[in-house]
Design a protein around this ligand. Structure first.
Ligand code: 5AD
Ligand code: SF4
Length: 472
């Protein structure tokens, strides 16, 4: 028996998919110490807060969440609170003075040390801080137990060497490091053995995978994964446009399991701003890559990230951003108001854009994209899309335009669009369940989702692979 036997753990994750992956690994890594997942924050013996520092708002969210924990600690002095992730890395000891009830601060390369840090707290009663960047970039992966999801994440790279001037990632996640292909394959195999059908490979810039270490190139890794039995779909995020190779473009054409979707953050449509951001590509280069992707894979869905109000961004620069959104015709995008990150060079740039101007530009951009997304969704009406079922549809009929009748199923297309559908009489209920690929004819388009019916072609679900072909 360890001193921790039959205790409960609550992991609260803020931020990106990489943090979600870390959160899962933290929970699995603590299971051997007797920690099982708590039903609620209040009932937990250990709370792990997995933090994000990418924008000021995310960091504020961290400290407001930590504020909520003060009362819990007062009511239960035995509660252990551990703070990990990017804010922990960035702030280190300062977290202990800002939130004195925190017991452990562990950085992005110290996750594997958490069990030892817990033991030190138990043995000494003293608070622990571990934020050295010399730890392992990768956790010892732990296979999932009781996996119920259809989709899983695998982090294949850590850190970033690009130093975009607005970005805190290189300072909080360290230099770029790639996980060996054999470890990635083993992790994906463990996921598929547990029932996962779709995997998303995670890294700050997967296009430069393996380059530094002389491992295989990213398209080769994709080829190896494409050959794994039991895996139906492969996705990845994020790609840097400057490193988008012809090999990767060919992979979209050639690999049946690679989903027709690329997330290719551009950040701005203005060459002047791209230069100040240190993005190392121009608008023309980006558009050329999009053309080549579409020539190789006409169905490809393209999504992106944008920052509005970067220091020095004029109205003319912002018009360039709006125009590239129209020119590319993104399927969807994420857009953010620029926020200073003290560790990033742009925090010291002059010509800061006032907040109301940033807010107005963001709204204008989002309004434009809303129109484009709806048009994209409408263009799919009448087509058959292969949908990977992930569970029952969440929304019930409420008058909401995206709502679906009760008992409907939900899943995603290869292009990552949500499709809700209800079974027709041609489909036996036992043929449709999470993890199945079902051909669905789209008959209605909404701002955030599509609705359809499984095709009545006497098709059995097992015939519904062929992610790259869309019979009309
Ligand atoms: N301010 C606003 N947005 C940012 N991003 C990264 N750093 C900042 C910042 N300082 C956005 C970029 C990136 C996404 C993950 O977050 O668009 O692609
Ligand atoms: Fe940040 Fe740029 Fe690296 Fe992305 S590529 S993590 S934006 S520094």
């Amino acid at each position: 028996m360890t001193p921790f036997s039959s205790k409960t753990l609550y992991v609260h994750t803020i931020g990106c998919q990489m943090n979600v992956y870390d959160g899962e690994q933290i929970a699995r890594g603590l299971a051997p110490l007797g920690y099982r997942l708590a039903d609620s924050l209040k009932s937990a013996d250990l709370i792990v807060v997995n933090t994000c520092a990418i924008r000021e708002k995310a960091e504020q969210k961290v400290f407001s969440f930590l504020g909520r924990l003060a009362g819990l600690k007062e009511n239960n002095p035995d509660l252990i609170i551990a703070v990990g992730g990017c804010v922990a890395q960035q702030e280190g000891e300062r977290i202990l003075s800002r939130a004195p009830y925190v017991d452990i601060v562990f950085g992005t390369r110290s996750i594997d040390r958490l069990p030892g840090l817990l033991e030190s707290v138990a043995a000494t009663g003293r608070r622990q801080v571990a934020v050295a960047m010399d730890g392992d970039a990768f956790l010892t992966p732990r296979p999932p137990e009781n996996e119920t999801r259809v989709s899983g994440f695998v982090t294949i790279m850590q850190g970033c060497d690009n130093h975009c001037t607005y970005c805190v990632v290189p300072s909080v996640r360290g230099p770029e490091t790639s996980k060996p292909p054999a470890d990635i394959l083993a992790e994906v195999e463990a996921l598929t053995a547990a029932g996962v059908r779709e995997v998303t490979l995670l890294g700050q810039n997967v296009n430069s995978y393996g380059r530094k270490e002389g491992l295989c190139a990213f398209p080769e890794l994709l080829r190896m994964l494409n050959d794994l039995p039991g895996l139906d779909r492969i996705r990845f995020t994020t790609s840097h446009p400057k490193d988008l190779s012809d090999g990767l473009i060919a992979a979209f054409r050639d690999l049946p399991k690679l989903c027709n979707h690329i997330h290719l953050p551009i950040q701005s449509g203005s060459d002047r701003i791209l230069k100040r951001m240190n993005r190392k590509y121009t608008r023309a280069v980006y558009l050329d890559r999009i053309d080549r992707l579409r020539a190789a894979c006409p169905e490809i869905a393209v999504t992106s990230d944008f920052i509005v109000g970067f220091p020095g961004e004029t109205d003319a620069d912002f018009q360039e951003t709006l125009s590239i959104i129209e020119t590319v015709g993104y399927d969807s995008l994420f857009a953010f108001q620029y926020s200073d990150r003290p560790a990033a060079p742009a925090a010291r740039f002059s010509d800061k854009v006032p907040d109301p101007v940033k807010a107005a530009r963001l709204q204008q951009l989002l309004d434009l994209q809303k129109r484009i997304t709806l048009a994209k969704h409408r263009s799919l009406v009448g087509r058959v899309e292969t949908v990977l079922v992930d569970g029952p549809a969440k929304k019930q009929t409420t008058g909401d335009p995206d709502s679906v009748p009760a008992a409907a199923w939900s899943g995603r297309t290869a292009g990552n669009k949500i499709v809700n559908f209800t079974l027709t009489s041609h489909w036996k209920p036992e043929d449709v369940r999470p993890g199945r690929l079902i051909p669905v004819r789209i008959d209605a388009a909404f701002p955030h989702s599509l609705r359809g019916r499984p095709v009545d072609r006497g098709l059995r679900p097992s015939d519904a692979k062929g992610e790259k072909s869309h019979a009309a």
